[in-house]
Structures are given as C-alpha cells and as structure tokens.
Design a protein. Structure first.
Length: 198
C-alpha cells in the first residue's frame, strides 16, 4: 500500500521543507493542491496549536481516510511583545508578502539595539477521520538582524539568525535549517510517533 501524507498548506516553501524532512517516511507527500475543492478555513484561534488544528481538521473533513498534517508557525519578537506571532503571514496587512512583512519588521525594530531576541514556533497537528490524533511543537531561539542576508528559505529567514550561528536562515543551507528549525523539531517528534505506530 502506498504510504501517503497530505500536508494541509498552500505555502509551497513549507511543503518543500516538509518533503525534505519526511521524504523517506512516505511514498507520496501532497499539499492542498490535491484537494482543490477545499475552502480555506478561517484561522480564528488565538494560538498556533488552535490554528494548526483548524487547518488539519478542515482537510480531514474532505479526506477522512487520509493521514493529514497541518503546520501553523510564526515568529515571536520579544521587543515587540511577541508580535507578529500567529499573525506572522499577515503582519503587514491583508495584501502582505514575505518582502513587505520583512520591511515592516525592520521598520518596527528601528532604533532597538541588539540583541533583538526572537524565536520561531511551529505546531504540527496530525488528523485522520475528522479528528486531531496528535500534535507536536518545536521552537528555535535566535535574534533579528539589522539587515537582510541570503536568499534561501522563505518568510523572515533572511532576518533570523539562529542561536549558535552568525548567519541568517537565508544564508544557512537547507540541511542546517531543517536540522534545527521549529518545523524540523516538531517533525522529528512526528517521525518518532510514526515509528511507534508502525
Ligand atoms: P498555510 O496556512 O497555508 O500553511 P501560511 O504561510 O499562511 O500557509 P501560517 O499561517 O502558519 O502559514 O504562517 C506562517 C508564517 O510565519 C509564514 O508565512 C512566515 O511569514 C512565517 N514563518 C513560519 N515559518 C517560517 C520559516 O521557517 N522561515 C521563515 N518564516 C517563517
């Protein structure tokens, strides 16, 4: 039987990272382009865990037999009281892009001296049969740089320098990022859970 996973996301960068981390565990990893009729759910919870569960359940309603994961993630900056947090993808408004979000972050932090401590957080929810059956979280601590470097990764990566490094996630290799990132750490637990299940 083909071991198949659906990742409930429209973010192709996330899918790429998840594919790199979980590729050996599944024969087929698809994203929401495989469920074109799914209406995007309203992500109105006030936590990463809540929004992650909303996304996983919405996809599970359409494909109850499939194993589904959803990732809700974001950046918390201490000098901004934890913002943008769950609003990371829409930080600069309804028409936000990764570039406009990074510009806003730099503008909001102008004049705030280093270290501008921050962390990425991720919650991965696993759903099957219209139920969330497991969830895992991960975080990576770091600092916000005062300018962008590198063109790897996505989102805030060119501004985030992870603890223990002096280069941003935009400059570090995909292997290094996935080995220590919020998403990588949550998915390591998912892998252990999968191994315990089989
Ligand atoms: P889906 O809901 O379709 O999965 P999304 O991009 O809207 O896609 P989120 O609501 O989880 O997903 O928002 C995550 C945002 O947080 C993302 O758009 C980036 O701005 C930021 N982010 C999350 N993980 C990141 C990473 O690894 N590197 C850089 N930025 C990240």
């Amino acid at each position: 039987m083909v071991k198949r996973l659906i990742v409930a996301t429209h973010n192709a960068h996330k899918t790429g990272e998840i594919q790199a981390i979980l590729g050996d565990f599944f024969d087929l990893i698809e994203d929401l382009t495989s469920i074109p009729d799914l209406k995007p759910p309203v992500e109105d919870a006030d936590t990463f865990a809540g929004n992650s569960a909303i996304k996983a359940l919405a996809a599970s309603m359409e494909r109850p037999d499939a194993l589904i994961i959803a990732d809700d993630s974001g950046l918390e900056v201490d000098a901004l009281g934890g913002a943008p947090g769950i609003y990371s993808s829409r930080f600069s408004g309804e028409t936000a892009t990764d570039a406009s979000n990074r510009e806003k972050l730099l503008a909001d932090l102008a004049g705030i001296p280093a270290p501008r401590t921050a962390r990425f957080r991720c919650v991965v929810s696993v759903a099957q049969g219209n139920k969330v059956i497991a969830s895992f979280d991960g975080k990576v601590e770091g600092e916000i740089a005062d300018s962008m470097t590198g063109d790897g990764g996505f989102g805030y990566d060119p501004l985030f320098i992870p603890e223990g490094h002096d280069r941003s996630f935009g400059e570090l290799s995909e292997e290094i990022k996935n080995g220590m990132s919020h998403r990588g750490r949550a998915l390591e637990q998912f892998k252990k859970w999968l191994q315990g299940r089989s």
